[in-house]
Design a binder for this molecule. Sequence first.
Ligand code: ATR
Length: 290
Amino acid sequence: MTRALPITGATRLAAVIGDPARHSLSPAIHNAAFDALGLDSVFLAFDVPRGQAPAALEAVRTFGLVGLSVTMPHKADVAAAVDELDDTASALEAVNCVVPVGGRLIGTNTDGEGFVRGLQHDAGIDPGGRRCVVLGAGGAARAIVLALARTGAESVTIVNRTAASAEVAAQLGAPVARVGVPADIARADLVVNATSVGMGAGAGDLPCDPDLFGPDQIVVDIIYNPFETALLRSARKRGALAFNGLSMLVFQAAVAFERWTDHPAPVPAMLTAVQDQLAAEPSVDLAAEP
Ligand code: ATR
């Protein structure tokens, strides 16, 4: 992508930190957004070693960054080091987005809202009143459980390999969330795969029995590399409407962009940028995404 505005002394910086961060898709997404709106900011990725997140936050203050995205392994450390957490980041104890406001650094987490807006974009539905099953109980799953519960899902059932983390996720979504079993998938309106099963080297693996899927279900796999997982293929074969994780990726960035700039995010430009980047680098390292 070429930048329409020249870089001058007035150009401001936004960034993502991670370890690693260099394969992050965030620079492509956010630079496209700044460019589409003619905002004089650039977005860069910084590899910051584990334990150095507080120093990175000092840099945010010193350099007057527009905003900071945070990815693995810094999300919990940043949550502990910002000046203030909003309700979502406080519940999740994880920050993927830092918003500088009047000299204070506010930590938020845009994954759950990004998921819900992505679902609206892809499937044209809201989670309100629906029976939802979330596969997985890691950071992404917990953000999604919280967002589904807050947006009025009738039920949120968590199915995970490890019972203890499923319990933690269920508590976040109380009172509508509970720990369930794979058979619950057959009774769900919406099924979300938030495990890492099917990603990268494990492409072809399935996080659940695909015979549990059927027509009238919506299945979202938050993985986007591969673009179409074995789960999505097998869900479609059984009549379900199935979507990958591209929209969650773009909308979590869109929510961050809106918090930083107070402008509605130019989502089509952001979506095109990430699609172009994935097409150019299909083996991008997914561990690097916020
Ligand atoms: P993220 O922060 O991206 O959500 P994570 O916290 O590492 O990633 O969570 C990964 C999720 O995938 C977890 O729910 C994990 O299950 P456990 O809680 O039992 O570890 C799930 N997961 C990873 N590999 C799995 C596998 N081979 N089978 C089933 N679940 C798996």
